[in-house]
Design a protein around this ligand. Structure first.
Ligand code: CMP
Length: 136
């Protein structure tokens, strides 16, 4: 049965700053994702705090929000069969040092914070995250 889905992807400040956006977008396309929407934004810290609200209780929350708002990011709506899981597989483990060869975080990530890309972790969160950036 077909399960065509959307997921939210972010190219984080470390990757935008190193001019890796086009290369990373090509990786998505090469892996069968359609980039349905795309925009470059620079979040205020308060917006980053809202985006990462699920992590509010974590010790790394403040640094995480400082980081996401530290420079421009590219936000995209990606589409593909089983897009949420497919994107998580393509990204690899959160910590680049634990990510498998061939994954985006292994290729481009610098550290657990500067791990180059974010992807929704469930279809419910994908909807919430897509609305956060693209709701008209
Ligand atoms: P992301 O997929 O964007 O979701 C939350 C982010 O928190 C995660 O990627 C990491 O970049 C960041 N982070 C920082 N420290 C940790 C940690 N100890 N465990 C999980 N995520 C962390």
């Amino acid at each position: 049965m077909s399960n065509y889905e959307q997921t939210l992807s972010i190219i984080k400040p470390d990757a935008v700053e190193r001019n890796l956006s086009e290369e990373i977008k090509n990786e998505f396309k090469k892996n069968g994702f359609k980039i349905k929407e795309e925009k470059k934004v620079h979040l205020e810290k308060s917006e980053a705090e809202k985006f990462y609200l699920v992590h509010q209780s974590k010790p790394f929350y403040n640094d995480l929000c400082d980081y996401l708002s530290s420079g421009p990011i590219i936000v995209m709506v990606l589409e593909k069969e089983n897009a949420v899981i497919a994107n998580r597989e393509l990204m690899g483990a959160t910590n680049p040092s634990e990510a498998r060869d061939g994954t985006l975080r292994k290729k481009y990530g610098i550290s657990i914070d500067k791990n180059s890309v974010h992807g929704s972790d469930s279809t419910d969160n994908a909807r919430i995250e897509i609305d956060f950036f693209f709701k008209k």
